[in-house]
Design a protein around this ligand. Structure first.
Ligand SMILES: [Zn+2]
Length: 301
């Protein structure tokens, strides 16, 4: 009897030791107060575009993401921090020599694939509350459909970036003539709404850069702009939706942003990104100088 109990105890201790020795395969999701998750419904007006896939992830970035570190209940924005003073430079290099950092200590938030009639106004509200300027990489067809939002992005002091007419991920393979037409149509759609706006940046859909993109960018006077931090906020197949995605986004932002980072997020059909900003924006602003990419273009390094 005693021997049997002792054996059982050994077995239990052995299993417990095995369990505790195993690495935690899933980032421990810090619960977010349910009151903070206010956006849950995704609009379904347009098919979800193919997300940005980081094509040349560094070995460090391809490892399992760090556990989320939500430190502040994302209820009300309480943004403290310095105002922009440093002017970003062209920092690199991303794929094919694209710009991937600001070249100094400033951090640039970029929002892709919009404008979105539901989420973009919320993102703009949060940026305004926090006193932060950002860069919006918009699609021409959505700009044309949401002129009020393009006007507000511009009037709020944010920077506009060309993200092609309708986010065809293979556009870079279609030759310079079609690329030039697509990018020109997109710039024209933006300028039809905000004639005084410059569009000095271009980002390839999915980050699928080609030499032809770079050639057309040079021709049209746009800086090909990649990113340094990819939140992968489109990858719901891996990170889920709702609280788990919010925690993932916050974890990436808090774990990977460094001085000079250009951070990739999406405002199009990504309500979890909007929710994550309630935590990420104050956190970032307390630690970095957040800037829009210069509206008159990047100076050379
Ligand atoms: Zn995109």
């Amino acid at each position: 009897m005693t021997a049997r109990l002792a054996l059982a105890a050994v077995v239990v201790i052995g299993l417990a030791g095995c369990t505790s020795a195993k690495p935690d395969p899933v980032p421990s999701a810090t619960p977010v107060p349910s009151a903070s998750i206010v956006e849950s419904a995704e609009p379904s007006a347009e098919p979800t575009p193919t997300g940005e896939a980081e094509p040349q992830a560094s070995p460090a970035r391809s490892q399992a993401p760090r556990p989320p570190r939500i430190t502040t209940p994302p209820i009300a924005l309480n943004c403290t921090g310095s105002q922009p003073s440093d002017r970003p430079q062209a920092g690199g290099a991303g794929p094919l020599g694209t710009v991937k950092t600001t070249g100094n200590t400033t951090v640039a938030l970029t929002f892709d694939d919009g404008p979105d009639p539901v989420n973009t106004p919320k993102v703009l509200d949060l940026l305004r509350q926090c006193g932060v300027k950002a860069t919006f990489c918009v699609n021409g067809v959505k700009a044309q459909a949401n002129p009020t939002l393009i006007r507000r992005i511009h009037n709020d002091g944010h920077t506009l970036c060309n993200h092609t007419w309708k986010h065809i991920t293979q556009l870079g393979d279609y030759g310079v003539d079609l690329i030039r037409q697509d990018l020109t149509d997109t710039n024209n759609a933006i300028r039809a709404i905000v004639p005084d706006a410059r569009v000095p940046y271009f980002r390839a859909p999915g980050g699928r850069w080609t030499a032809d993109y770079l050639s057309v960018c040079q021709e049209l006077g746009m800086t090909p702009t990649h990113w340094d931090v990819d939140t992968r906020d489109w990858e719901s197949s891996r990170w889920g939706k709702g609280e788990s995605m919010v925690n993932h986004i916050v974890g990436v932002v808090q774990g990977q942003t460094r001085p000079g980072s250009i951070v990739l997020m999406h405002d199009y059909q990504k309500p979890d990104t909007t929710t994550a900003l309630h935590t990420a924006l104050p956190w970032l602003k307390a630690r970095f100088t957040l800037v829009a990419l210069p509206r008159d273009g990047l100076p050379k390094p």
